[in-house]
Ligand binder design. Structure first.
Ligand SMILES: C[S@@+](CC[C@H](N)C(=O)[O-])C[C@H]1O[C@@H](n2cnc3c(N)ncnc32)[C@H](O)[C@@H]1O
Ligand SMILES: [Zn+2]
Length: 281
């Protein structure tokens, strides 16, 4: 299990597994702060102020939409691309999945390593699904924007797939030889749907800005590639694809979604591999 860190303000001590009287496991730090394991098997390390967060994580509808979408198998090619990197990097012992959502990617990318794998997300419905799906891994409900609940230098691979990137915290928790795998939607991801729904399809690559930001935080991009495919999807998948990414809010958009029917769409992601080394100048 990853070395988790106490989230009580200014504590930051390491959390150890403890047996408790009621048979349910607990985590405790040396200052006596205690966290019970939820009955679904995840650890709730949020603090009261996280409930007031402006960004509370994905809502239930978005979580379920992404869950159905991932179950549909459209992203298996992406999993293959991620594994080409993680397998080439040799023995990656401890993995942190940042903004893990429903946790599908963990067992797909690291199938043999549940004991070394930890997923963090701020959405309770997501972390519940994750804990049910892969109970031998560690699942943590926490706010990644308030500091990662993980000890310094204790992670060998951070995976951030379409999620958060708190760079100084990522740098802090990575081991000296650690790597970081980042995926973001490419500029033409779901472009066919966005063109219909938003009446325009903004094409904007995020790659340069992310590489620059990460580099300023001491993480160096050593490789970059794209994953792209075309799939035919039906009305339910159209709705899910839009619900999980480009939340269509207005009624006018809703009626345009319903009119789409079965259609071909592009799925595309920009993938970046970073090492925990400052670039040599
Ligand atoms: C687009 S989803 C991606 C989920 C997953 N990585 C995947 O690819 O299926 C982004 C995730 O980030 C989570 N998230 C948003 N803000 C967060 C925060 N402050 N701390 C932790 N997770 C957060 C959301 O709840 C959501 O599950
Ligand atoms: Zn503590």
């Amino acid at each position: 299990m990853l070395e988790l860190r106490c989230t009580v303000r200014n504590c930051e001590r390491s959390l150890e597994l403890k047996d408790s009287d009621d048979q349910r496991a607990g985590l405790a730090c040396a200052a006596g702060h205690h966290f019970d394991q939820a009955k679904e098997g995840y650890w709730n390390l949020t603090q009261p102020q996280d409930k007031k967060s402006l960004n509370p994580g994905d809502n239930r509808d978005a979580v379920l939409a992404r869950h159905r979408w991932l179950q549909g198998g459209y992203t298996q090619g992406l999993v293959g691309e991620l594994r080409l990197w993680t397998e080439r990097c040799g023995q990656i012992a401890r993995v942190l999945d940042l903004g893990c959502g429903d946790g599908s990617f963990g067992p797909w990318v690291f199938p043999d390593q549940p004991g070394d794998f930890c997923g963090i997300d701020l959405a309770r419905p997501a972390i519940k699904l994750a804990a049910r799906n892969w109970p031998d891994a560690t699942w943590v409900l926490a706010n990644a924007d308030r500091g990662l609940p993980v000890m310094d230098g204790s992670v060998d691979c951070i995976m951030s797939l379409f999620g958060r990137r708190p760079i100084s915290e990522m740098k802090r928790v990575l081991s000296p030889s650690g790597i970081c795998v980042v995926a973001v939607p490419a500029e033409d991801d779901l472009i066919e749907l966005r063109e219909v729904v938003q009446k325009r399809g903004d094409r904007r690559s995020r790659v340069e800005a992310i590489i620059q930001e990460m580099s300023s935080g001491g993480l160096t991009c050593v490789e970059q590639k794209q994953w792209r495919t075309q799939v035919e999807i039906g009305p339910q998948e159209v709705e899910d694809a839009l619900a999980m990414t480009y939340r269509a809010r207005r009624w006018s958009e809703k009626s345009r979604i319903e009119a789409i029917g079965t259609t071909n769409v592009t799925l595309a992601a920009d993938l970046m591999l970073f090492t925990n080394e400052a670039a040599s100048s």
